[in-house]
Write a protein that binds this ligand. Structure first.
Ligand code: FRU
Length: 609
């Protein structure tokens, strides 16, 4: 009898403990419910992730009180990578995780078979060394984990602050938090601790920051004020402030600051001197319009107007607005630009940034119209991979510097990277110019700081004619061939000019200039890996606004992206590529006649990662 009881007790014990690393013990009060107790002073709990799994709900209990809830794709059959959970804020306290699995386990025995349990670990370091071939070498990326929209950017007089939508617990979208990086030169980015984390009002979606020099919000002159969207069952706008230059934020205790009765997000603020008040533009996402609010103190907001309903591309939700003023090149005129990011509905599918040019009087934005009275559709970038771009506030020298998320919601979560996902575009300077049709358009050129990446040119050529056999040049080999290609062309007798980047594996990207059509196309259908999404293979086409019959290009090639700036940034095109080996050759061909390479320079670029 005693033996039987012992056996039953042993079976019970077996059913309630799983093999775990030192300092970690797991018990199973139910088949989809486990308790993990953590002992000791380690800095991180490393959590094993399997991306194909659904999220488990991880409730972090500190001395028995619910501290936070995070969502993690804990590994079931295989560990893809681990993510760190920072334990340092809870030193000296009891940390217990209550883990609710989303995939029904039939029994405790089954639950215990998950490989996660034996792969949780405690550690004092978390390795973010790059081991991935597609990690950009000179673009901003998170040190690990998922990133989407850049947001909250401001310049503090010395450093450019860049916050971004981050998932610290995996490489897919979830747990939206503001990650934080800063840079003295827009190129070399330093990563900082998470800036704003989810709370009882929800996840922290996109927003903006301003330096409140006059202290209008009541947190002292020079406080950095952030407005962001608190997103849970609904979306509301909340405030946080920083009195240490944007490192640490304190949430305003009276949050949210603005509640509407419909979905609205991504507040973007600026000081409007002529009316002496703050303006906030807010995406009225499902109404396909932007709302304009005004405030004396960044907390009390009054609706002034709405803009966009029925205008431009309307197929997607409207997100991430920005509104600013710029001079028109060569004129004595200033115009306002309204950036309206939309998803889907971009010219080549998925997400993209449309913009409107017009006037703003502190209340209403009035768009420029064509002679027939319609409002033209304009796009900031004619590639597939530049979304959610917004500009820095308080940039020096009246600069309007913008950065975009270099991906597309169609496949952002599927691109072939592992420990991190997504990069931002190069920082770009925006300007306005008047096209031959009388319309004012936005230009984007790489910020001048980017030039410091250049090494001495490895190829220099001028006055070379290129026919159907083409002229070929070697691309740099250092740092996986990352480079800048500057080329000025004349189409002369050619119907089109083909500029190709190719490698020994037969992969290539073709840029096709058609002078008669005034277009530049990029074909990435044979560029490398593309089987992760049927939306990825694509040909994108940009209208050109340069002089007739000639084209000048700056092409930036990083490990997994190509950015093309035509005619001083009058057209730009940003596309991701995933070649299985770096591109090694540049070929220029005149098709249907000879074209002429006026100038060509190829610069190897310095790798930052
Ligand atoms: C745009 C967006 C925003 C939102 C954020 C959430 O890409 O959908 O509207 O704030 O992403 O991460």
């Amino acid at each position: 009898m005693k033996g039987k009881i012992n056996a039953a007790l042993a079976a019970l014990a077996l059913a309630s403990a799983a093999q775990a690393a030192d300092g970690i013990s797991v018990e199973f009060p139910g088949s989809n419910n486990s308790l993990m107790r953590i002992e000791g002073d380690a800095r991180y709990l490393l959590m094993p992730v399997q991306e194909s799994n659904d999220d488990a709900t991880v409730r972090v209990l500190v001395d028995g009180r619910l501290e936070k809830t995070i969502y993690v794709r804990l590994a079931k059959t295989k560990v893809d990578y681990s993510v760190p959970f920072d334990l340092t804020p809870y030193r000296g306290h009891k940390v217990t995780l209550n883990i609710l699995s989303s995939q029904g386990r039939g029994s405790v025995r089954e639950a215990k078979e998950d490989v996660a349990w034996s792969n949780f670990a405690l550690a004092d370091t978390f390795d973010t060394t790059n081991t991935e071939r597609y990690r950009p070498a000179f673009h901003h990326t998170p040190s690990y984990g998922w990133m989407n929209d850049p947001n909250g950017m401001f310049y503090d007089g010395e450093r450019w602050h860049l916050y971004y939508q981050a998932n610290p617990y995996g490489s897919k979208w979830q747990n939206m938090t503001w990650g934080h990086s800063s840079s003295a030169d827009l190129v070399d980015w330093e990563h900082h601790p998470l800036a704003i984390e989810p709370d009882g009002l929800g996840a922290i979606f996109s927003g903006s920051c301003v330096v409140d020099s006059a202290g209008t919000a009541g947190f002292g002159p020079g406080a950095v004020i952030a407005l962001y969207t608190s997103a849970d069952a609904s979306q509301m706008q909340s405030m946080a402030y920083s009195t240490d230059g944007g490192k640490n934020f304190t949430k305003w205790p009276g949050n949210p600051v603005l509640v509407l009765e419909s979905e609205a997000r991504d507040p973007n603020m600026f000081w409007h001197a002529p009316t002496n008040e703050w303006i906030m533009v807010l995406a009225h996402a499902l109404e396909h319009e932007m709302l304009v609010f005004a405030s004396p103190n960044l907390r009390d907001w009054t609706l002034r107007s709405s803009f966009g309903k029925g205008l431009g591309a309307q197929n997607g939700v409207w997100e991430c607005p920005d509104l600013f003023r710029l001079p028109v090149e060569g004129e004595d005129t200033y115009k306002w630009v309204f950036l309206c990011n939309i998803n889907p509905g971009a010219p080549f599918g998925g997400s993209g940034t449309q913009y409107f040019v017009g006037d703003f009087d502190g209340t209403t934005f009035t768009p420029d119209r064509l002679p027939d009275g319609t409002v033209p559709e304009k796009w900031m970038d004619y590639g597939k991979d530049n979304y959610a771009g917004v500009s820095w506030s308080d940039a020096p020298d009246a600069r309007r510097t913008v950065i975009g998320w270099m991906s597309n919601w169609q496949y952002a979560a599927e691109v072939p990277t592992t420990q991190f996902r997504s990069a931002n575009t190069l920082p770009r300077e925006m300007g306005l110019f008047r096209g031959a049709d009388g319309q004012v358009y936005l230009s984007c050129t790489p910020s001048p700081e980017v030039d410091v990446l250049r090494d001495r040119a490895t190829v220099k050529a001028s006055g070379v004619s290129a026919g159907s056999n083409g002229r070929s040049y070697r691309l740099p080999s250092a740092n996986d061939g990352i480079c800048e290609i500057d080329i000025d062309l004349k189409s002369e007798h050619a119907d089109s000019v083909m500029i190709s980047l190719s490698n020994e594996a037969g992969e290539k990207v073709d840029l096709c200039y058609k002078a008669a059509d005034r277009t530049l196309a990029m074909d990435r259908r044979a560029s490398g890996k593309d089987d992760f999404s049927q939306e990825f293979p694509a040909v994108t086409v940009a209208p050109l606004y340069g002089p007739d019959g000639s084209l000048s290009l700056r092409i930036f090639v990083d490990r997994s992206s190509i950015e093309v700036f035509a005619d001083g940034g009058r057209s730009s095109m940003t596309n991701l590529v995933f070649p299985t080996q770096p591109y090694t050759t540049l070929t220029v061909k005149g098709i249907g006649g000879k074209a002429r390479i006026e100038n060509l320079k190829i610069y190897p670029l310095r790798a930052l990662f």
